[in-house]
Every structure is written in C-alpha cells, then in structure tokens.
Design a protein around this ligand. Structure first.
Ligand SMILES: Cc1cc2nc3c(=O)[nH]c(=O)nc-3n(C[C@H](O)[C@H](O)[C@H](O)COP(=O)(O)OP(=O)(O)OC[C@H]3O[C@@H](n4cnc5c(N)ncnc54)[C@H](O)[C@@H]3O)c2cc1C
Ligand SMILES: NC(=O)c1ccc[n+]([C@@H]2O[C@H](COP(=O)([O-])OP(=O)(O)OC[C@H]3O[C@@H](n4cnc5c(N)ncnc54)[C@H](O)[C@@H]3O)[C@@H](O)[C@H]2O)c1
Length: 475
C-alpha cells in the first residue's frame, strides 16, 4: 500500500490540479485510459480539427451562390487524420512522460481504480492506494443502446470514429445531439452520404425551441434526416457493409451503410469506480453528488478530503466547465479555510456544425416560466443575420440571434445564435450576462464596428424594446 498527500483519478481536467503548491508533496495521478482524457484525445480538440477542414470543403459548395465557382477536388482523409493525431498523440505522450518521468513527487498509475473506502483505492492489478485528499475527475463515456448489432466492427462511437482508415461512402448516425450534429456536418462536407436517425421529432432538443426547429430544417437539406425513427437492428452484409433496419413514421425501412456512428449520449463513470463502497451519494442521472465547493457528498454531507469535478459530477458535460471546476477545486484543496464556489449561472455552449450554434442562459421556454413566476415581463427579439450589411455580403438567409431579457431592467436572461461564427458572436453576450450589463447600455454604451457581423448582436439588443434607462449612453 502506498500513501499520498493527494490522489487524482483522471488525467483530463484532473491533470491541471497539480499546482506549484504540491511541490514536495506526494501526488498520485491515476488514469486507466489515454493520458489527457476525453477533450484532448477523443473530444473537443480532434473534432474541431476535423470541423475546420470540413468548413473549407463546404465553402467550395456554398461559394456558387455568390458567383464563386470552385470545386473540392478531393478530401485526403488519411492525411487529415494523421496530421490531427500526430499533433494530439504527441501532446498526450508528452504530458504523460512529464508526469511519469520528470516530476519526482508525482507517481503515475496507468490503471483503472475503484474505491474500497472514502480514502482508499485499489487498482485493477490489486495495488492499494490511500490519500489524504482524493479528487475524482474520472469523466464520462459513450452510452450504447441495446440494439442488436451494436458490437459489429463497423459500429463506432466518437471514441473510435476519428481514427478510421477510409472515409466511409455511406454513414448512419444514431442520435440527434451535439455529436450527431458535428459529425453529420464533417462526414457530409467530406463527401459521405449521411443518414441521421433521431428518435424524436427534432435535432438538438435540449436547446432553445427556435434553434432546434431551425437547425432541424437546415440539417434536413444537408443529410437524409429520419425523424421519429428508431434503429431496430444492424446486421453485417457479405461485402462488409451494414444492413440497418429502421422504423419511422412510414413504417419499416432498410438502409445499407459502410459505417454506423452511435451518438446517444454519455454517462458518468461513477459505476466503474464502485463509489457505493465508499458510501458516496449519486444523483438520479448517475453523477457523483457534490456541493457547490466540489466536495463529494455522503448522506447529504461533505466527505472530508474527497472532491469531484468535470463530467463525473457536473451538470454540464463541457470542457470549459470542467476547467472552471478544476480551478475551484485546485484552490479549495490548498485553502480549506477560504473555499470558493463553482459558478454555473451563465454557461455557454456551442455546436460546431453547419450552421454553427451557440447559446447561453435560459431557453425561451425557461425564460417564460421564470418571468411568469417572478411576475415580470419578458422581452424577446429575433434578429436575422440577413438584416445587417455583413449578412447581405454573405447572402445569408438562415442565421439569427435570439435574445431574451427582463423588459423593465434589460437584464439578459438568454442568448441563442445560429449561423456563421456563432461561437464567437455569443461571447459579448456571455460577458454582459456575467457582469450584469443591461441590453440598452450594451447596445448604446459602446461603438460597434461597421459593417461587421457583430451588428446583428447590436440590432438584436435594440430590437428587444426593453424599458430600462441605459447606464452609459454614447448614442
Ligand atoms: C466527441 C466529443 C466532442 C466534444 N466537444 C466539446 C467541445 O467542443 N467543447 C466542450 O466544451 N466540450 C466538448 N466535449 C466534452 C468534453 O470533452 C468533456 O466535457 C471533458 O473532456 C470532460 O473532462 P473531464 O476532465 O471531466 O473528464 P475526461 O477528460 O474524460 O477525463 C477522465 C479520465 O478519467 C479516466 N478514468 C475514468 N475512470 C477511471 C477509473 N476508474 N480509474 C482511472 N482512470 C479513470 C479516463 O480514462 C479519462 O482519461 C466533447 C466530448 C466529446 C465526446
Ligand atoms: N461542441 C460541444 O461542446 C460538444 C460536442 C460534442 C459533445 N459534447 C458533449 O458530449 C455530450 C454527449 O454528446 P452526444 O451527442 O452523445 O449526446 P447528447 O446528449 O447531446 O445527444 C444524445 C442524443 O441521443 C438521443 N438518444 C439517447 N438515447 C437514445 C437511444 N437509445 N436511441 C436513439 N437515440 C437516443 C437523444 O435523444 C439525443 O438526441 C453532449 O451532451 C455534450 O455535453 C459537446
């Protein structure tokens, strides 16, 4: 048995917890998977490294509308893949070697562990680890439905699909969330024939209703979108392709594809850690229960010296949230008398598809319920990209900014953007919400560059017709 001052389970966001304050103290970092975790190896970073070349490929098609005739002569999948993973694998390997070989006080365990008591772990090979402080940053993993054929080698999740050898000619994506929207775009822009089978009647249903509805309409122009459809079975054909049987509104149908991507959500890795052995609380959706400071709970009370962060415990499966939570826990570990609190009030998110989507705060449905409960009026504006000069330049007919605010105070409650660079356009709205800037002050208290696309945000703010007096007015 080895005893440590600090043991961290998970080398994704958990890796950033080893701050200079731990120099000279004994630290264990434990990861049974690839060093660096999901975002680096199989998540945010490689997906966006595929999305960017996909945007270049798609631009050739889109250009014709504006009089620019160009063709994408081809997409070198292997070259793209190898460029991406040459970079990523080197970062993962460098990080692992730094922790394993260069830091005297840090021990790396490349094994899965489980709890045997609140401060004791056992590795898969039977080694016992105890620690004064334990941080659980063990993330989440893809969930597979129990459809027959899920074990075929042609069936992938986001964990494996980015490393395949050939661009598949025909792809079936199961699911209608973030991963389906992003890979649907990548594969179709690269030239695959994409079918997306969604159980419900719309894509991205967790987002604002207007966004979900308008994105679904756009997606149906790009992919063979099968709504209200379940995939009943997958069987391998003699030629190595997959025969899928689907049931939709028109009854049963069949489809032959070369690859199936399952994107039906991710589940926290709580079950594989045997947290029951330590008596930790688990939420109804399977997350490790924590208080606002990141302390793991047992029977509703914080367990001294046990913390959690990121996908294993967070209500948001997003890397910027995991990073924020890691910064809070890193502080709290070394300042027990001055605990910081995680801030989940204004969490933005973006879907890097086509069109791109970004959102922060309440959906319209949530804002209606919220304002009604508080007896205040809701102001709502939808501003089309096409109503601004830059939107004309783009001949844009789909992009929009939707804002929700308290009418009397102009306090922003939610912002939802669909269209070109939505993930960047949203940031001033995140800032306004975080720092309490009202809509009128934001619109008229600063210059907006003409004719930049940001004017669509300015105009959306003005369209809100809130009644507050601007705190600062340049006019
Ligand atoms: C395809 C995809 C795209 C994404 N894109 C984005 C994006 O664009 N923007 C965004 O904000 N978020 C994105 N995300 C989400 C983001 O990747 C996660 O929210 C984030 O990586 C979670 O970090 P974490 O530190 O909690 O867990 P992870 O990074 O998953 O780290 C957990 C680590 O714990 C290890 N582990 C698990 N169980 C054990 C155990 N019992 N013993 C030892 N080790 C264990 C795992 O091997 C893993 O390395 C994406 C996710 C996916 C799958
Ligand atoms: N850009 C980003 O920030 C980004 C990108 C990718 C992933 N992520 C994170 O990773 C998480 C997981 O992504 P995801 O797309 O797998 O999950 P998701 O929760 O976004 O979507 C899951 C989809 O699968 C459907 N589904 C669930 N069970 C099903 C079943 N049995 N059969 C058919 N459909 C089923 C759901 O209705 C939903 O449409 C996301 O929630 C997100 O937090 C973020």
């Amino acid at each position: 048995m080895t005893h440590f001052d600090l043991a961290i389970i998970g080398s994704g966001s958990g890796n950033s917890l080893i701050t200079p304050e731990w120099d000279g103290k004994k630290v264990a970092i434990i990861d049974g998977g690839t060093f660096g975790g999901t975002c680096l190896n199989v998540g945010c970073i490689p997906t966006k490294m595929f999305v960017y070349p996909a945007q270049l490929a798609a631009a050739a098609v889109d250009g014709a509308r504006l009089g620019v005739d160009s063709v994408t002569a081809g997409v070198r999948w292997r070259d793209i893949r190898d460029r991406i993973f040459a970079r990523i694998d080197a970062i993962s390997d460098g990080g692992r070697r730094y922790r394993d070989e260069e830091l005297d006080n840090v021990t790396l365990f490349s094994e899965y562990v489980r709890f045997v008591s609140p401060h004791a772990l056992v590795t898969a090979s039977g080694e016992k680890i105890t620690a004064d402080e334990i941080v659980v940053a063990a993330g989440s993993r893809p969930v597979l439905p129990d459809t027959p054929g899920m074990d075929l080698p042609q069936v992938h999740t986001s964990d494996t699909v980015m490393r395949i050898d050939e661009l598949p000619a025909r792809v079936l994506i199961i699911g209608g969330g973030y991963i389906a929207a992003e890979f649907g775009f990548v594969f179709s822009a690269f030239g695959s024939d994409v079918t997306v089978a969604v159980r419900s009647g719309a894509l991205l249903r967790s987002l604002d209703g207007t966004v979900s509805e308008r994105f679904t309409a756009e997606a149906s122009k790009q992919w063979n979108l099968q709504l209200n459809t379940t995939v009943d079975s997958l069987v391998e054909n003699a030629d190595g392709s997959v025969h899928a049987v689907l049931t939709g509104p028109a009854g049963e149908s069949a489809l032959d594809v070369d690859l199936v991507l399952v994107a039906t959500g991710r589940t926290p890795n709580t079950d594989r850690l045997d947290v029951a052995a330590a008596g930790f609380d688990v939420t109804s959706d399977g997350r490790l229960a924590v208080d606002g400071h990141g302390r793991v709970l047992s029977a509703g009370s914080p367990v001294p010296g046990v913390w959690a962060l990121g996908d294993i415990s967070s209500p948001y499966q997003l890397k910027h949230v995991a990073n924020h939570e890691a910064r809070v826990v890193a502080h709290n570990l070394v300042h027990p008398g001055d605990l910081r609190t995680m801030d989940h009030r204004f969490v933005p998110a973006a879907v890097f598809s086509s069109p791109q989507i970004a959102s922060v705060g309440m959906t319209e449905e949530q804002a209606l319920a919220d304002t009604e409960a508080r007896g205040v009026e809701l102001a709502l504006a939808v501003q089309e990209y096409g109503s601004t000069a830059y939107g004309w330049a783009m001949e844009d007919s789909t992009g929009f900014v939707k804002l929700l605010a308290e009418q009397e105070t102009g306090r922003l409650l939610g912002a939802h953007i669909m269209g070109h660079e939505a993930s960047m356009l949203i940031q001033p709205l995140v800032q306004a919400m975080e720092f309490g800037l009202d809509a009128a002050t934001m619109a008229r208290g600063q210059y907006w560059i003409h004719p930049a696309l940001t004017e669509v945000v300015e105009n959306a703010l003005l369209s809100l017709k809130t009644t507050e007096k601007p705190g600062r007015n340049r006019l």
